[in-house]
Design a binder for this molecule. Structure first.
Ligand SMILES: CCCCCCCCCCCCCCCC(=O)SCCNC(=O)CCNC(=O)[C@H](O)C(C)(C)COP(=O)(O)OP(=O)(O)OC[C@H]1O[C@@H](n2cnc3c(N)ncnc32)[C@H](O)[C@@H]1OP(=O)(O)O
Length: 174
């Protein structure tokens, strides 16, 4: 399928899930080996996403040396993976488990190694199983956006989607 990020004129009703973390509290790990958030993921990003107000979340990531692409700056693929993690966790605030269908990233400024990236994300709409999420990243000054991303995530039944793969990789520890 080929698609683009286009927010529907009218969203399905959305509400914060009663079991969503309180503002400032972290979301639980997807699982221990998740490349984005898992504690045991070899070479993982170790991003923790925190609930914000409404349908919003925040996250931080230290830009480490191994994340380098061009000399001294983050690799675009690493930044994209970080956005995928932050954006893909955010729909849990409305209680919806998802996988990425479409993800687009705007790389606005070089992001130096050694800095801390701050993410702000928000679910902006839901249409049937599609969840529309946007995020921005900055280096400490929220008015200076260094990158932004938009994504369409698709609601899934976790067991149906991952059940046949989980034994081999996703849930076993290294
Ligand atoms: C037991 C285990 C415990 C596990 C413990 C917890 C683990 C919790 C893990 C979470 C982890 C998250 C981590 C970060 C997020 C990733 O990185 S997820 C990994 C990357 N993504 C993928 O691997 C997804 C691969 N793609 C697929 O599996 C399938 O294409 C999908 C996305 C499930 C859709 O297939 P489908 O269910 O057949 O959907 P389908 O009926 O065709 O379409 C439904 C709707 O979605 C739209 N749609 C479908 N595909 C797309 C697309 N690519 N773009 C835009 N729209 C689309 C359709 O147009 C349709 O829309 P409407 O007709 O309602 O307007």
């Amino acid at each position: 399928m080929s698609t683009s990020f286009s927010i529907p004129d009218v969203s399905d009703p959305m509400s914060r899930h009663p079991k969503a973390p309180a503002p400032g509290e972290p979301f639980r790990l997807h699982h221990n080996l998740c490349h984005g958030c898992g504690d045991d993921a070899p070479g993982g990003l170790h991003v923790t996403v925190y609930a914000g107000e409404g349908f919003a979340t925040t996250a931080e990531m230290t830009v480490e040396k191994w994340m380098m692409g061009g000399p001294g700056v983050i690799h675009g693929g690493v930044l994209t993976a970080a956005f995928d993690e932050v954006l893909g966790t955010t729909p849990l605030i409305i209680g919806t488990p998802v996988v990425t269908g479409h993800l687009q990233v705007d790389f606005r400024k070089p992001i130096p190694i050694g800095t801390t990236l701050h993410f702000n994300a928000e679910v902006v709409a839901k249409e049937r199983r599609k969840v529309f999420v946007r995020a921005t990243a900055h280096l400490g000054d929220p008015t200076e956006i260094v990158a932004s991303a938009s994504a369409i995530f698709i609601e899934i039944d976790l067991k149906e989607h991952f059940g046949k793969y989980a034994d081999s990789a996703s849930l076993s520890r290294p």
